[in-house]
Design a protein. Structure first.
Length: 263
């Protein structure tokens, strides 16, 4: 990469960090003036003003004009939205983990919990298998929505308007020879997942692996996560495959029930 591009990217990252650092000063004082923020941050007022304008545009801060000479800033609603998302994820993990641990001891395979963030799936919790040969999944791992049982399930149960927006511009990149790369086939797969109520993946992210995922719903009935079990292909032959599928279904329903979902 050319040096001037690297330098520009570094400067942009530093600017983002400095802008976000301004938010920390509101922890002690809920309302601050431009002068206050310049003094606390040690940055020139024009620089702070520029950062505040960007933060205000995206609702991280809100400007309050008491008078022409008294203009202050306070934290905006975007942080509340983000805080609610984090709280929901923490609650979801707290509720799901005991059920995941129980499921893991029953099936002796990797158990994972996945949520959707925009056009990606994120693995937010897992329970490892004790097998010597096992599939490795990292918490925080991001995956495309068209590959893997959890990601596909989340895409299938995305609200229709958002689903259409994603699917119309979504790049179907190949991760393995089994990854779905044709839009027509993906739409057929989405239809099947909705009809079956679960998703299956065979070697779509990693070859010679199988994954099975069922939906986790909140109290409104919306699918907020995918509970899945994954492992090496040899361990998912019948009749064990049917047994694993049933155990995942029951665990997902138990988590959903604890989150307030009623059939």
């Amino acid at each position: 990469m050319p040096f001037h591009f690297v330098k520009r990217e570094m400067l942009m990252n530093e600017s983002v960090l400095k802008a976000l650092k301004l938010l920390d000063f509101f922890i002690e004082e809920p309302e601050l003036t431009l002068r206050d923020l310049a003094r606390l941050s040690g940055m020139p007022k024009p620089t702070v003003y520029r950062f505040l304008a960007a933060l205000e545009k995206y609702h991280f801060v809100k400007k309050i004009k008491y008078s022409e000479l008294d203009i202050r800033y306070k934290l905006g609603t975007k942080l509340l939205e983000l805080g609610n998302v984090v709280a929901e994820q923490l609650e979801l993990r707290k509720v799901a983990l005991p059920h995941m641990q129980r499921l893991g001891s029953e099936v002796e395979e990797v158990v994972h919990l996945t949520i959707r963030e925009g056009n990606e799936a994120v693995y937010i919790e897992k329970v490892e298998s004790k097998k010597a040969l096992r599939l490795f999944i990292r918490v925080g791992k991001r995956a495309p929505l068209h590959a893997g049982s959890g990601p596909k399930l989340l895409l299938a149960f995305t609200p229709e308007e958002e689903f259409q927006q994603i699917i119309s511009h979504y790049p179907l990149e190949s991760l393995t020879k089994n990854t779905i790369t044709e839009k027509r086939k993906l739409l057929e797969e989405m239809k099947k997942i909705r009809a079956d109520g679960f998703a299956v993946s065979e070697g779509e992210q990693d070859e010679d692996t199988v994954g099975i995922s069922f939906p986790v719903r909140d109290y409104t009935g919306n699918v907020i996560a995918a509970l899945g079990v994954s492992g090496l292909k040899y361990a998912f032959r019948e009749p064990r495959l049917t047994e694993i599928k049933e155990r995942v279904r029951v665990a997902a329903e138990q988590i959903s029930k604890e989150l307030g979902f009623i059939h």
